[in-house]
Design a protein. Structure first.
Length: 86
């Protein structure tokens, strides 16, 4: 098994040790599991997977389709707001 040396501030080490202890893990096991879990989340959660983001993208696309060249974007946004369309 490989061994590594990392440097971190004392307060971070205390926090890390407390988190590991609270989960019944060694410092090394906690660091490895946390790093791998963070990587998994990064790979699986994309902004476009969020319903609110998909809704915003649909609104943007609908707005683009209605856009007339030379139109005032501020007036268009105000009209959408005033008519309850988002």
């Amino acid at each position: 098994m490989a061994r590594i040396l990392i440097s971190l501030p004392d307060d971070r080490l205390r926090k890390l040790d407390a988190l590991a202890r609270a989960r019944g893990k060694s410092r090394s096991a906690f660091l490895v599991e946390s790093a791998l879990a963070a990587d998994d989340r990064r790979r699986t959660v994309r902004p476009a997977d969020e319903p609110s983001v998909r809704h915003a993208l649909r609104v943007m696309e609908a707005t683009r389709e209605r856009w007339k060249p030379g139109a005032d974007s501020v007036l268009a946004v105000r009209a959408m707001r005033d008519h309850g369309r988002h």
